[in-house]
Design a protein around this ligand. Structure first.
Ligand SMILES: CNC(=N)NC(=O)NC
Length: 305
Protein backbone atom coordinates (compact mmCIF):
# COMPACT_ATOMS: atom_id res chain seq x y z
CA UNK A 1 0.00 0.00 0.00
CA UNK A 2 1.35 3.39 -0.95
CA UNK A 3 0.07 6.66 0.45
CA UNK A 4 -0.76 10.14 -0.81
CA UNK A 5 0.38 12.83 1.63
CA UNK A 6 -0.59 16.46 1.19
CA UNK A 7 0.02 19.77 2.98
CA UNK A 8 -2.92 21.93 4.00
CA UNK A 9 -3.05 25.24 5.80
CA UNK A 10 -1.26 27.70 3.52
CA UNK A 11 -3.41 27.52 0.39
CA UNK A 12 -4.72 30.66 -1.31
CA UNK A 13 -8.37 31.15 -0.24
CA UNK A 14 -8.33 27.59 0.99
CA UNK A 15 -11.39 25.59 1.99
CA UNK A 16 -11.64 24.21 5.50
CA UNK A 17 -9.97 20.90 6.38
CA UNK A 18 -13.14 18.77 6.24
CA UNK A 19 -13.57 19.75 2.60
CA UNK A 20 -10.31 17.99 1.81
CA UNK A 21 -11.09 15.04 4.08
CA UNK A 22 -14.00 14.27 1.75
CA UNK A 23 -11.41 13.56 -0.96
CA UNK A 24 -10.77 9.80 -0.86
CA UNK A 25 -7.39 10.13 -2.63
CA UNK A 26 -5.81 11.83 0.40
CA UNK A 27 -4.34 9.55 3.07
CA UNK A 28 -2.07 11.80 5.18
CA UNK A 29 -2.73 15.51 5.73
CA UNK A 30 0.03 17.72 7.10
CA UNK A 31 -1.41 20.79 8.89
CA UNK A 32 0.96 23.69 8.28
CA UNK A 33 2.38 25.37 10.30
CA UNK A 34 3.74 25.81 13.75
CA UNK A 35 5.82 28.57 12.18
CA UNK A 36 7.31 30.29 15.22
CA UNK A 37 9.56 28.40 17.60
CA UNK A 38 9.72 29.11 21.34
CA UNK A 39 12.32 31.83 21.96
CA UNK A 40 13.39 30.11 25.14
CA UNK A 41 12.41 27.39 27.58
CA UNK A 42 9.00 28.27 29.00
CA UNK A 43 8.04 30.45 25.98
CA UNK A 44 5.25 29.34 23.67
CA UNK A 45 5.53 28.65 19.89
CA UNK A 46 3.36 30.40 17.32
CA UNK A 47 1.11 29.07 14.57
CA UNK A 48 -0.32 30.10 11.23
CA UNK A 49 -3.00 28.28 9.23
CA UNK A 50 -3.61 30.88 6.56
CA UNK A 51 -7.22 32.07 6.27
CA UNK A 52 -8.42 29.64 8.96
CA UNK A 53 -8.99 30.27 12.67
CA UNK A 54 -10.52 33.46 14.10
CA UNK A 55 -7.41 35.59 14.48
CA UNK A 56 -7.24 35.32 18.26
CA UNK A 57 -4.08 34.16 20.01
CA UNK A 58 -3.34 33.02 23.52
CA UNK A 59 -2.34 36.17 25.45
CA UNK A 60 1.35 36.99 25.18
CA UNK A 61 1.91 34.48 22.39
CA UNK A 62 1.45 34.08 18.63
CA UNK A 63 -0.25 30.71 19.09
CA UNK A 64 -3.70 30.76 17.49
CA UNK A 65 -6.46 29.98 19.99
CA UNK A 66 -9.55 30.13 17.76
CA UNK A 67 -8.98 27.43 15.15
CA UNK A 68 -12.58 26.23 15.34
CA UNK A 69 -12.63 24.93 11.75
CA UNK A 70 -9.68 22.69 12.63
CA UNK A 71 -10.93 21.38 15.99
CA UNK A 72 -14.37 20.79 14.44
CA UNK A 73 -12.94 19.05 11.35
CA UNK A 74 -10.25 16.75 12.77
CA UNK A 75 -12.87 14.26 14.05
CA UNK A 76 -14.48 14.22 10.55
CA UNK A 77 -11.09 13.51 9.00
CA UNK A 78 -10.22 10.77 11.45
CA UNK A 79 -13.64 9.20 10.97
CA UNK A 80 -12.74 9.01 7.25
CA UNK A 81 -9.46 7.27 8.06
CA UNK A 82 -7.12 10.21 7.43
CA UNK A 83 -3.81 10.52 9.27
CA UNK A 84 -3.47 14.08 10.55
CA UNK A 85 0.06 15.39 11.14
CA UNK A 86 1.02 18.75 12.63
CA UNK A 87 3.78 20.35 10.58
CA UNK A 88 6.56 22.31 12.24
CA UNK A 89 8.43 24.95 10.25
CA UNK A 90 7.44 25.91 6.74
CA UNK A 91 9.02 28.30 4.33
CA UNK A 92 8.44 31.51 6.26
CA UNK A 93 9.07 30.08 9.71
CA UNK A 94 11.02 31.84 12.36
CA UNK A 95 12.67 28.65 13.50
CA UNK A 96 15.68 28.10 15.59
CA UNK A 97 16.64 25.47 18.10
CA UNK A 98 19.57 26.70 20.13
CA UNK A 99 19.83 24.21 22.98
CA UNK A 100 18.93 20.72 24.12
CA UNK A 101 16.72 22.23 26.83
CA UNK A 102 14.80 24.29 24.26
CA UNK A 103 14.38 21.21 22.04
CA UNK A 104 12.99 19.17 24.95
CA UNK A 105 10.70 22.02 26.02
CA UNK A 106 9.40 22.44 22.47
CA UNK A 107 8.74 18.70 22.16
CA UNK A 108 6.91 18.62 25.51
CA UNK A 109 4.85 21.69 24.56
CA UNK A 110 3.78 20.15 21.26
CA UNK A 111 2.96 16.83 22.88
CA UNK A 112 0.89 18.14 25.79
CA UNK A 113 -0.83 20.79 23.61
CA UNK A 114 -1.51 18.82 20.40
CA UNK A 115 -1.09 15.18 21.45
CA UNK A 116 -3.53 13.08 23.47
CA UNK A 117 -5.41 15.15 26.04
CA UNK A 118 -3.88 14.55 29.48
CA UNK A 119 -5.90 15.95 32.38
CA UNK A 120 -2.74 16.42 34.45
CA UNK A 121 -1.50 19.05 32.01
CA UNK A 122 -4.63 20.95 30.94
CA UNK A 123 -3.93 23.86 33.27
CA UNK A 124 -0.31 24.14 32.16
CA UNK A 125 -0.59 23.77 28.39
CA UNK A 126 -3.19 25.11 25.92
CA UNK A 127 -5.29 22.86 23.69
CA UNK A 128 -5.41 24.74 20.36
CA UNK A 129 -7.32 21.85 18.75
CA UNK A 130 -9.21 21.21 22.01
CA UNK A 131 -9.63 17.51 22.79
CA UNK A 132 -8.32 16.40 19.36
CA UNK A 133 -4.95 14.70 19.19
CA UNK A 134 -2.83 14.81 16.04
CA UNK A 135 -1.36 11.54 14.76
CA UNK A 136 2.18 12.86 14.72
CA UNK A 137 4.54 15.65 13.86
CA UNK A 138 6.07 16.65 10.55
CA UNK A 139 9.32 18.59 10.27
CA UNK A 140 9.36 20.95 7.30
CA UNK A 141 12.57 22.71 8.30
CA UNK A 142 13.67 25.00 5.49
CA UNK A 143 16.48 26.92 7.23
CA UNK A 144 18.30 27.39 10.55
CA UNK A 145 18.09 23.63 11.02
CA UNK A 146 20.79 21.24 12.01
CA UNK A 147 21.32 20.52 15.64
CA UNK A 148 18.81 19.56 18.30
CA UNK A 149 16.08 18.25 15.98
CA UNK A 150 17.16 14.70 16.85
CA UNK A 151 16.78 15.62 20.53
CA UNK A 152 13.30 17.01 19.87
CA UNK A 153 12.22 13.96 17.90
CA UNK A 154 13.66 11.50 20.43
CA UNK A 155 11.77 13.36 23.16
CA UNK A 156 8.54 13.12 21.16
CA UNK A 157 9.11 9.40 20.64
CA UNK A 158 9.56 8.93 24.38
CA UNK A 159 6.09 10.46 24.78
CA UNK A 160 4.71 8.22 22.03
CA UNK A 161 5.91 5.23 24.08
CA UNK A 162 3.65 6.32 26.96
CA UNK A 163 0.67 5.37 24.72
CA UNK A 164 1.67 1.88 23.54
CA UNK A 165 -1.82 1.13 22.19
CA UNK A 166 -1.78 4.17 19.88
CA UNK A 167 0.35 4.85 16.80
CA UNK A 168 2.08 8.20 16.35
CA UNK A 169 4.34 9.20 13.47
CA UNK A 170 7.34 11.43 12.78
CA UNK A 171 7.93 12.70 9.26
CA UNK A 172 10.28 15.11 7.54
CA UNK A 173 10.37 17.11 4.32
CA UNK A 174 14.03 17.59 3.38
CA UNK A 175 15.13 19.36 0.19
CA UNK A 176 16.45 16.88 -2.39
CA UNK A 177 20.14 17.83 -2.19
CA UNK A 178 22.06 15.29 -0.05
CA UNK A 179 22.92 15.89 2.75
CA UNK A 180 19.99 18.14 3.57
CA UNK A 181 21.50 20.84 5.78
CA UNK A 182 18.45 21.10 8.00
CA UNK A 183 17.37 17.50 8.56
CA UNK A 184 20.27 15.13 7.77
CA UNK A 185 21.43 15.10 11.40
CA UNK A 186 17.91 14.34 12.63
CA UNK A 187 17.38 11.63 10.01
CA UNK A 188 20.61 9.92 11.08
CA UNK A 189 20.00 10.21 14.81
CA UNK A 190 16.24 9.89 15.32
CA UNK A 191 13.49 7.58 14.12
CA UNK A 192 11.42 8.83 11.16
CA UNK A 193 8.41 6.95 9.80
CA UNK A 194 8.09 8.96 6.58
CA UNK A 195 10.56 11.07 4.63
CA UNK A 196 8.90 13.09 1.84
CA UNK A 197 11.70 14.67 -0.15
CA UNK A 198 10.94 17.95 -1.87
CA UNK A 199 11.98 16.94 -5.39
CA UNK A 200 11.28 20.52 -6.51
CA UNK A 201 12.71 24.02 -6.14
CA UNK A 202 16.25 22.60 -6.09
CA UNK A 203 18.09 22.06 -9.37
CA UNK A 204 20.29 19.00 -9.80
CA UNK A 205 18.16 16.47 -7.91
CA UNK A 206 14.55 17.28 -8.82
CA UNK A 207 11.79 15.27 -10.46
CA UNK A 208 12.26 17.62 -13.44
CA UNK A 209 15.76 16.15 -13.76
CA UNK A 210 14.15 12.72 -14.19
CA UNK A 211 11.96 14.01 -17.01
CA UNK A 212 14.92 15.75 -18.68
CA UNK A 213 16.99 12.56 -18.30
CA UNK A 214 19.88 14.42 -16.69
CA UNK A 215 20.56 11.40 -14.47
CA UNK A 216 20.67 13.57 -11.36
CA UNK A 217 17.24 12.77 -9.92
CA UNK A 218 18.41 11.23 -6.66
CA UNK A 219 15.62 9.06 -5.22
CA UNK A 220 18.07 6.13 -5.23
CA UNK A 221 20.58 8.07 -3.17
CA UNK A 222 17.84 8.95 -0.69
CA UNK A 223 17.14 5.23 -0.33
CA UNK A 224 20.78 4.85 0.75
CA UNK A 225 20.38 7.72 3.24
CA UNK A 226 17.38 5.96 4.76
CA UNK A 227 19.12 2.59 4.89
CA UNK A 228 21.91 4.28 6.89
CA UNK A 229 19.48 6.14 9.17
CA UNK A 230 17.97 5.37 12.57
CA UNK A 231 15.01 3.79 10.80
CA UNK A 232 16.17 1.88 7.72
CA UNK A 233 12.50 0.90 7.23
CA UNK A 234 11.32 4.50 6.88
CA UNK A 235 9.09 5.08 3.84
CA UNK A 236 10.41 7.41 1.17
CA UNK A 237 7.91 9.59 -0.68
CA UNK A 238 8.30 11.52 -3.93
CA UNK A 239 7.48 15.13 -3.06
CA UNK A 240 5.95 17.11 -5.93
CA UNK A 241 4.28 20.47 -6.53
CA UNK A 242 0.54 20.04 -7.10
CA UNK A 243 0.36 22.76 -9.75
CA UNK A 244 2.57 24.99 -11.90
CA UNK A 245 2.18 27.90 -9.46
CA UNK A 246 2.97 25.72 -6.42
CA UNK A 247 6.71 25.74 -7.09
CA UNK A 248 9.43 27.74 -8.80
CA UNK A 249 9.32 27.80 -12.59
CA UNK A 250 10.10 24.49 -14.28
CA UNK A 251 9.61 22.12 -11.37
CA UNK A 252 6.00 21.12 -12.00
CA UNK A 253 5.40 17.74 -13.67
CA UNK A 254 2.19 16.86 -15.46
CA UNK A 255 0.57 13.56 -14.45
CA UNK A 256 1.82 12.15 -17.76
CA UNK A 257 5.37 13.07 -16.74
CA UNK A 258 4.94 11.68 -13.20
CA UNK A 259 3.72 8.23 -14.27
CA UNK A 260 7.03 6.83 -15.62
CA UNK A 261 8.93 8.23 -12.62
CA UNK A 262 6.62 6.45 -10.16
CA UNK A 263 6.60 3.21 -12.17
CA UNK A 264 10.41 3.22 -12.35
CA UNK A 265 11.09 3.86 -8.68
CA UNK A 266 8.21 1.83 -7.25
CA UNK A 267 9.68 -1.06 -9.26
CA UNK A 268 13.30 -0.38 -8.23
CA UNK A 269 12.57 0.14 -4.53
CA UNK A 270 9.27 -1.59 -3.64
CA UNK A 271 10.11 -1.78 0.07
CA UNK A 272 11.16 1.86 0.51
CA UNK A 273 8.70 3.51 -1.91
CA UNK A 274 6.05 5.09 0.35
CA UNK A 275 4.04 7.14 -2.15
CA UNK A 276 3.72 10.74 -3.20
CA UNK A 277 3.69 13.98 -1.16
CA UNK A 278 2.11 17.09 -2.61
CA UNK A 279 2.54 20.77 -1.92
CA UNK A 280 -0.29 21.50 -1.45
CA UNK A 281 -4.06 20.85 -1.14
CA UNK A 282 -5.59 24.02 -2.65
CA UNK A 283 -3.22 24.02 -5.60
CA UNK A 284 -4.14 20.36 -6.20
CA UNK A 285 -7.85 21.16 -5.95
CA UNK A 286 -7.59 23.91 -8.56
CA UNK A 287 -5.41 21.90 -10.93
CA UNK A 288 -7.90 19.64 -12.71
CA UNK A 289 -7.00 17.14 -15.43
CA UNK A 290 -8.95 17.12 -18.71
CA UNK A 291 -11.26 14.48 -17.22
CA UNK A 292 -11.87 16.56 -14.09
CA UNK A 293 -9.57 14.87 -11.59
CA UNK A 294 -7.69 16.95 -9.02
CA UNK A 295 -3.95 16.59 -9.24
CA UNK A 296 -4.01 14.44 -6.07
CA UNK A 297 -6.60 12.14 -7.68
CA UNK A 298 -4.41 11.86 -10.77
CA UNK A 299 -1.46 10.94 -8.53
CA UNK A 300 -3.57 8.33 -6.71
CA UNK A 301 -4.45 6.75 -10.06
CA UNK A 302 -0.75 6.59 -10.94
CA UNK A 303 0.06 4.94 -7.60
CA UNK A 304 -2.62 2.32 -8.11
CA UNK A 305 -2.21 1.50 -11.77
C1 LIG B 1 6.67 27.32 -0.60
N1 LIG B 1 6.96 26.35 0.40
C2 LIG B 1 6.98 25.05 0.10
N2 LIG B 1 6.86 24.66 -1.09
N3 LIG B 1 7.12 24.20 1.18
C3 LIG B 1 7.03 22.87 1.01
O1 LIG B 1 6.88 22.37 -0.09
N4 LIG B 1 7.11 22.15 2.14
C4 LIG B 1 6.98 20.73 2.13
Amino acid sequence: KTNLAIYWGQGPNQQRLSHFCEETSLDIINLGFINIFPEAVGKWPGSNFGNQCDGNVYPGSELLSGCHQIWEDIPVCKEKGKTIMLSIGGETAWEYLSSELQAVWFADFLWYSFGPQNEAYTDTYPRPFQTNSVDGFDFDIEHDGGAFYATMINRLRSHFAEYPDQTFYISGAPQCQIPDTQLSNAISNSFFDFIWVQFYNTAGCSARDFVEGTGSFNFGNWVDVIKASSNPEAKLFVGLPAAEAAANVGYYLTPTEVAPLVETYMELYPKQFGGIMLWEATYSENNLSPDGLTYAESMKEILYN
